[in-house]
Design a protein around this ligand. Structure first.
Ligand code: EAX
Length: 308
């Protein structure tokens, strides 16, 4: 009945519209910080892996709000992704506090071994009960103290220094243990507070001190390396669960591929930017970490019960 040769179908092809899903990813750092550069690489990889079906738009400089706002927006599903430090997650899950302990990692290699291994992956899983999917850990880095008052060589030099910290109880107790006068503040308000001298000091890795131009409002930089800030790349669980499996897989793979790139960019900047800070007349001080570790050791025991 339906013999005959195959007829070429001449009806006009209806182009099946490829439904493009747009992802907004926000962070609080500068447009030239590796957070931004690596997120753009992430967007390119996602575009390729999904043949243009997932489009990632990057928003830097707190355009989508501060880190706590963005984490809440992921829970609501009003924002799809965010790249934040672990510190603000303390308001959502206690287990992450372990990563905020002072001097918990000795070096980058040790940090990656934990973060990219079983411990780090188990910690990311605890976010799911908070409506968040942690894809992997990118990096912010080892944090150093800068201030406008005096060179900090030893913990005692921090006495009564007004220092801005991230919103995290361990960070607050660590600097109280060293006699400082800490106050929590969103990153977006920090530069103005330093400029107006409402605070004396802050602490961040060298790439942030450079790209956020803190050298313009801070005279001294002490390489304390007191916290290692991991930067989990987060997705709204509501949004992720709505994606087809192949697109979920693409996001996870792209996050890991771009992570290596981001860590390399930071390693380069950590090497190159100290001399640039000195060119901007910052006094960069190498400190003996021993007395700082000794001064904050009690914080570990203080949080053992909370962290578990
Ligand atoms: O994740 O707020 C800060 O000082 C952090 O470095 C910022 O959250 C980047």
């Amino acid at each position: 009945g339906c013999g005959g040769d195959k007829k070429s179908d001449n009806s006009p092809k209806q182009a099946t519209p490829t439904a493009v899903t747009t992802i907004k990813v926000g962070h609080v750092l500068a447009p030239d910080h590796p957070y931004t550069i690596a997120l753009k690489r992430f967007a390119e990889i996602v575009d390729k892996k999904t043949a243009g079906k997932l489009k990632v738009n990057v928003f830097h400089s707190s355009q989508l709000g501060n880190e706590r706002d963005m984490i809440e927006a992921l829970q609501l599903g009003t924002q799809q992704m965010a790249l934040v430090s672990t510190a603000p997650l303390a308001g959502f899950t206690k287990q992450f506090l372990v990563l905020d302990l002072p001097f918990i990692f000795n070096d980058y290699k040790g940090a990656y071994k934990v973060l990219d291994g079983e411990i780090g992956q188990n910690l990311l899983k605890t976010l799911e009960s908070q409506g968040i999917v942690g894809l992997t850990y990118w990096e912010n880095g080892f944090r150093h103290v800068t201030n406008s008052k005096r060179p900090i060589q030893k913990p005692e030099d921090l006495a009564s220094l007004k220092i801005r910290l991230m919103e995290n109880p361990i960070h607050m107790d660590t600097f109280k243990a060293m006699g400082a006068n800490p106050l929590p503040m969103a990153f977006g308000e920090l530069f103005t507070a330093l400029q107006q001298k409402t605070i004396d000091a802050q602490e961040n890795p060298v790439p942030i001190i450079w790209t956020s131009r803190f050298y313009e409002v801070q005279k001294y930089c002490s390489l304390t390396g007191h916290f290692y800030a991991a930067a989990p790349l987060l997705v709204s669980k509501k949004f992720m669960d709505g994606l087809p499996a192949d697109q979920q897989k693409a996001l996870k793979e792209a996050a890991v591929e771009a992570r290596e790139y981001e860590r390399e960019l930071l390693a380069q900047q950590n090497k190159d930017f100290i001399s640039k800070l000195k060119e901007k007349k910052m006094e960069v001080i190498e400190v003996d970490k021993g007395p700082f570790k000794e001064a904050v050791k009690k914080v570990w025991a203080q949080y053992e019960a909370t962290i578990g």
